[in-house]
Design a protein around this ligand. Structure first.
Ligand code: ADP
Ligand code: MG
Length: 597
């Protein structure tokens, strides 16, 4: 027998898609406040939102008629024609949020527009208007959602612990707060203030939310093409953390989750991060709304791009470009251009003509031709740099110090504590960490080797035999071929035995055995890391094993060689795992510090 479900039950079922937990209401209510043009938004929660989620804004408010209507299904002021769906400028548009909240909680709405002297109060429960009356109220809107799922006990029991629900709430709050740094936000939980975010730049907002340690450790990302724009910040490699959670993508100011684009960024950071570490990023991609479909998922966190591969290549290139600029000149007062904050979400007009112009552009073509970019591991930075330089010669990051190195011999070096080298030059000075510099140099040298161009090998006159524990036999056999391009010739023999036929020619003979054993140990540390290729792991192990030992005293000539080689590196500024190799103190910084004109 077929029966028609009563309205309130149908509403409860529909609500399930939109409101799954207190944090879902937080998201919807915050977005409504943003859409209403608020400049200050307060979020108040009690018991992790289970007993109260309230959002108070100073936006345009609603008149009596709208206040009565807004809880209805499909009640929205944001679209009226189907075409509107393709040029949405607001966060909400489905007209489902308030209806869903009203179906599963007790809701109190207070609102007033600037035109009206009196505000209006509406109380709703089980999708029914319980009470309406005029009230005194400030301009703006307050929506209080009380006792979520009071009428759906099964769902209420399904909620997680306070700590878990609070985590979700803070996540949503953070996402909206990042997307709108010009709006002031606050968050109170159980009468305690957790956040008070002033209106400001994106950089200030990131620092307010993620901590002051990011103040000087954010790198600006900013690239524009006709097709799309990317702006935002990535954390310097040394700020990367083992736990995820500080990775944010926004497309046309809407937070999205994309493991695909995350991969693009991890790729851009390749060679700079310690194993299992994730960098912070807060990146905004703006493109013609026609190029995306935001409507594929009810909670709108997933997105489909017309051409994913272009977006991937673009994101990766933009982040690499930003990192390259930063790594070339890490200075004491590394100053970031905050002007990108002024950019609002860019809604570029995108005519057919413009589109074909964009798809004909060299940049676009290089991306599509290279649309496998994420599969091909570039062997070093050079390939990327030259590619970028070919596209945009004007914006090539130039390194004055590299030019300087060419025109000015590296001299007057001072060794410090058998650890650092002071390198004075025309523009100031560098304080170089000799061990880390050596790591960078070795890393790039090893990376440049290949099957056709292996590291020079010295054949052993009297090959020694190495025997490894059974457990390591498989591992070492696997490494024989990649090791050969890196200068080590190993021949597997009887179980567990390897004959060392050759070693890199710059290694002094006699220690082959210990060196390979140490290498194997280093390799095991990296081995669990799925992000690295076998060769990359091997190179990193070799760098660790062959770098200068701490406290090595260097002669003047050795220091000169080391500095010259560092200057010749593609990314002299950091070790393979992202630690700084030198501190740069510019002449202008010194002059400033000492108050010289
Ligand atoms: P949507 O945001 O998809 O339009 P909602 O259910 O979230 O749907 O809101 C319904 C309507 O109520 C909105 O279109 C808007 O007109 C009005 N509204 C909701 N919240 C606010 C607010 N904080 N200030 C002003 N108007 C609001
Ligand atoms: Mg909404």
């Amino acid at each position: 027998m077929i029966t028609i479900l009563p309205d309130h039950i149908a509403n409860q079922i529909a609500a399930g898609e939109v409101i799954q937990r207190p944090a879902s209401a937080v998201k919807e209510l915050l977005e409504n406040a943003v859409d209403a043009g608020a400049t200050a938004i307060q979020l108040i929660v009690n018991d992790a939102g289970k007993s109260l989620v309230q959002v108070v804004d100073n936006g345009r408010g609603m008149n009596e008629a709208d206040a009565r209507l807004c809880f209805g299904r499909h009640a929205t002021s944001k679209i009226s024609r189907i075409e509107d769906l393709f040029c949405i400028q607001t966060m909400g548009f489905r007209g489902e949020a308030l209806a869903s909240i009203a179906a599963v909680a007790q809701v109190e709405l207070r609102t007033r527009t600037a035109e009206n002297e009196l505000g209006f109060y509406v109380e709703v429960e089980n999708s029914q208007l319980i009470k309406t009356e005029p009230i005194a109220a400030p301009v703006g809107t307050s929506v209080a959602m009380k006792n979520l799922f009071f009428n759906v006990p099964a769902r209420r029991n399904f909620l997680k612990s306070h700590a878990a629900e609070m985590r979700h709430i803070i996540d949503e709050f953070t996402r909206v707060a990042l997307a709108f740094p010009s709006i002031a936000f606050s968050l109170h939980a159980n009468h305690q203030q957790l956040f008070q975010l002033d209106s400001g730049t994106l950089k200030q907002r990131i620092v307010q939310l993620m901590g002051a340690s990011y103040e000087s450790r954010l790198v600006t990302v900013k690239e524009e093409t006709d097709y799309l724009t990317i702006r935002g910040f990535v954390g310097k490699p040394d700020t990367a953390r083992k736990t995820r959670g500080e990775q944010y993508f926004f497309v046309n100011n809407r937070f999205i989750k994309s493991s695909y684009l995350h991969h693009a960024i991890m790729n851009a950071f390749q060679g700079m991060l310690a194993p299992d570490h994730f960098p912070l990023y807060v990146l905004f991609i703006d493109l013609d709304p026609q190029q995306i479909d935001i409507n594929v998922h009810p909670t709108k966190q997933e997105i489909k791009f017309e051409d994913e591969k272009i977006v991937y290549a673009f994101v990766q290139a933009a982040v690499k470009h930003a990192l390259a600029q930063f790594s070339i000149m890490p200075t004491l007062d590394f100053d970031l251009d905050a002007s990108i904050q002024q950019l609002s979400s860019i809604q570029q007009p995108f005519t057919e003509e413009k589109k074909s112009a964009a798809t004909d552009s060299a940049l676009f073509r290089s991306f599509t031709q290279k649309n496998q970019a994420h599969l091909i591991q570039p062997s070093g930075f050079r390939s990327y740099r030259s590619e970028w330089e070919a596209q945009e010669p004007e914006s090539t990051p130039s390194n004055p110090l590299l030019n300087l190195a060419a025109s000015e011999p590296v001299q007057n070096l001072i060794g410090l504590l058998n650890t650092y080298i002071v390198y004075p030059h025309r523009e100031g000075l560098w304080l170089i960490d000799q061990q880390r510099a050596h790591e960078r140099i070795l890393y790039e040298q090893l990376q440049q080797s290949s099957a056709e161009k292996p590291v020079a090998t010295q054949r052993s006159m009297f090959p020694v035999t190495l025997s490894v524990p059974v457990a390591d036999t498989v591992l070492l056999s696997e490494l024989c071929i990649p090791l050969s391009t890196l200068g080590f010739l190993l021949e597997p023999g009887a179980t567990g035995e390897f004959t060392i036929q050759g070693t890199p020619s710059d290694l002094s003979p006699g220690q082959e055995k210990t060196i390979i054993e140490q290498l194997l140990e280093e390799y095991k540390h990296f081995n669990a890391d799925a992000n690295f290729t076998l060769r990359e792991k091997l190179i990193r192990s070799m760098v660790k094993q062959r770098r200068l030992k701490a406290g090595t005293s260097l002669t003047e000539k050795e220091m000169q060689e080391l500095v010259a080689q560092l200057l010749a590196c593609q990314q002299p500024g950091q070790t393979p795992d992202g630690k700084p190799t030198y501190l740069s103190i510019s002449k202008s910084y010194l002059d400033n510090f000492f108050g010289r004109e």
